[in-house]
Design a protein around this ligand. Structure first.
Ligand code: 13P
Length: 256
């Protein structure tokens, strides 16, 4: 299975969102390990609801599969009812955490400034942040895509220094492509990814920019993944709906 032509390790992540009971999560993991015990050179990540993390950890602990949470809070501990810290995520076996997903930005008022604090907390705890950005349909149609991406990158990664950049994963997820069945074309995604890499290079230098992996997310499925992954600056996929079924997830991991 290929890495990206650039040499960056490909990363394919399932974002289960608010789906799966403990039993369903456990069955998924068992079936996955039976049918696809090793994703080869691809870094395969499952971002599960908080409630399923412990169950998944016990099944995936001694396997190449990695575990992610879908959010965290930036404070280390204390009176923050309902919140989960970075250290708690490490404790439950996570190596990655999604930050600033558009569903949190749109539905829960999350801002770039909040994403920045979450990125810092995640890095400090040793987690790999998967930082999500992307434009709405209105913004794209108004020709504002690059401006929006620039603002999101500058503000969501405001506290990052160049040395931490290789640990950052970006998720380019245009909002008009999420859950709609209308994926960005490989060319549209590549155009955005290459612009993102340019922005990263301007701010953190070429070496750091080349090390950051940029995933595409938005209606990725087993039929569309190969063409997306063939693009120079597309280093992986962040997959919602098509990651919920184990057969479909395996097809995504073995796309080539
Ligand atoms: P879909 O794959 O269901 O469009 O979701 C994409 C997404 O939001 C992944 O984070």
């Amino acid at each position: 299975m290929p890495n990206n032509p650039s040499g960056r390790q490909s990363i394919i992540a399932a974002n289960w969102k608010m789906n799966k009971t403990l039993e369903e999560a456990g069955q998924f993991a068992d079936n996955l390990l039976n049918r696809c015990p090793d994703p080869g050179t691809i870094e395969a990540v499952i971002a599960a609801p908080f409630t399923a993390l412990s169950t998944l950890r016990s099944r995936l602990r001694a396997t190449p599969f990695r575990l992610a949470a879908q959010d965290l809070f930036w404070e280390p501990a204390g009176a923050y009812t309902g919140e989960i810290s970075a250290a708690m995520l490490v404790d439950v076996g996570c190596s990655h955490v999604i930050i600033g997903h558009s569903e949190r930005r749109q539905g829960f008022g999350e801002t770039d400034a909040m994403a920045d604090k979450k990125v810092s907390a995640a890095l400090q705890a040793g987690l790999h942040p998967i930082v999500c950005i992307g434009e709405t349909l209105d913004e794209r149609q108004a020709g504002q895509t690059f401006d929006v991406l620039k603002r999101q990158i500058q503000n969501s990664l405001a506290s990052c220094s160049a040395d931490v950049m290789p640990r950052i994963v970006l998720g380019y997820e245009p909002l008009w492509a999420i859950g709609t069945g209308v994926s960005a074309t490989p060319q549209q995604a590549q155009e955005a990814h290459s612009y993102l890499r340019e922005l990263l290079a301007q701010r953190w230098g070429t070496e750091a920019a080349e090390a950051v992996r940029v995933q595409y997310g938005g209606s990725v499925n087993p039929d569309s993944i190969a063409a997306l992954m063939a693009e120079e600056d597309i280093d992986g996929a962040l997959v919602g709906g098509a990651s919920l079924d184990v057969d479909s997830f395996i097809q995504l991991l073995t796309y080539s």
